[in-house]
Design a protein around this ligand. Sequence first.
Ligand code: VG1
Ligand code: CO
Length: 542
Amino acid sequence: MFKEVKTAPIEGQKPGTSGLRKKTKVFMGEHYLANFVQSIFDSLDGITGFDLVVGGDGRFFNADAIQIILKMAAANGAAKVIVGKDGILSTPAASHLIRKRKANGGIILSASHNPGGPDEDFGIKYNGENGGPAPEHMTAAMFDRTTTIDRYLIADAPDFDLGTIGTTTVGDMTVEIVDPVTDYSALMETLFDFDAIRALFKSGFTMTFDAMHAVTGPYATAILEGTLGAPKGTVMNAIPLEDFGGGHPDPNPIWAKTLMDKMMGDAAPDFGAASDGDGDRNMIVGKGAYVTPSDSLAVLAANAHLAPGYARGLAGVARSMPTSGASDRVAAKLGIASFETPTGWKFFGNLLDAGKATICGEESAGTGSDHVREKDGLWAVLLWLNVLAVRKQSVAEIMADHWSEYGRNYYTRYDYEAVPTDAANTVMSGLIDQLDTVVGQVAGPLTVAKADQFSYLDPVDGSHSHNQGLRVWFDGGARAVLRLSGTGTEGATIRVYLEQEQEVGGDFNADKEAVLAPVVDAVMALTKLPTITGRDAPNVIT
Ligand code: VG1
Ligand code: CO
């Protein structure tokens, strides 16, 4: 009943920041998915006797991909695969399930914040037994295997029924279909003061959560409207759709514009939040007050002790390099460790496993803690609610207090999408060539104070990661970071991260755009990005 299928390497199966991401049609091509899945299994020296967790964000091709993966897992000797009902598991819920069931690992299907559908994006990644994304040396081994693969193993079996909770077997392998929400929701209840949040909603506190027709819909509805008693309708776009209703399930002011407009309007609720395709990102917005993800990380680090799960305090705070230094300020004041890692959640895994960091975050709207090994959108929203319930202040008041206590890092990110790869490489190499000579140079309105290329030495396992982005500091407390996206599926995406520090006692209510304008001008002067790419403006500003 198991068969061996002859195949040959397919070019370009190299995992990026968060697994392998390509156009859905590429994934649907002959042997494409099977080659990569077999390469994962082979790079692990086989999966005989493994327990695995499999699930995805429900986008187009999710269920079909899961059928293939289940048949391949059976043919490769797995003992058990735990699957979310209908193939659905948010990324943090999958991470939790791997840990809770002590599975050997899991396969998560998602292209996260990228749109879904036959002409849009799909993705796959492997998470290890700690529940976190495979580290670089493992993804490198997977990629290596894709370049030599010549066969894969698959069961010749009928499709599995993913829609019925319970257990079935195929050959020696058990398939267990579980409710995707139950275990996750129980975990949240151990971390947060649900009684306090229930009382908050009971007191008339209002909230809108935009699930963006993505995977968080069922989780948010069950927890916010079910367990916590928020009024029906608190969760909007709650039904997951294969194409996310045609939108980008990316929780930022651009793609979650409907929610943003509502939060900035006269009839705004007290609190707004959104999550992405696979449920690991979050956007936080108060009445008339958008909270940048870097600031949100800092506020959560400063206030986490107000939630029962973190009452003992934090061991440390970790942020990705392009994330603003706002959380460093909190760590310094609390006297706890702070870490700066390359972009991508896989770099937080060792710090969390070693107990060096408790809370982690990225400027791209990812925040999480040691409760799982992925960023966790709804977790961040619940922690905010817990903080709001205890402090009894508005989001705007909390931000104002935070800045006056710690100082502020004005921050924005420019994305130049679908840039021809050559042009993007020219921008990057042009700056790399200048790194040795650029200090002291006048760039537009600013003078360069320091510049380098970011490398990371993992303090736990001693591994090195090089070429993780270009950093330029300017006199007067400004910083710019440039890197190429590792999740795009079309040409190259140049990300430019811009930051201006404002120390305690400064003006925290200045116009963000105006504050950052000199940094923008300086970077454009230094890189000649507009001339090289022909773009005089970014596609997305967040
Ligand atoms: C982007 C973000 C990064 C994030 C990654 C995965 O990567 O910048 O912070 O970890 O997406 O997020 P890049 O390489 O395109 O900049 V998601 O929600 O996949 O899981
Ligand atoms: Co995501």
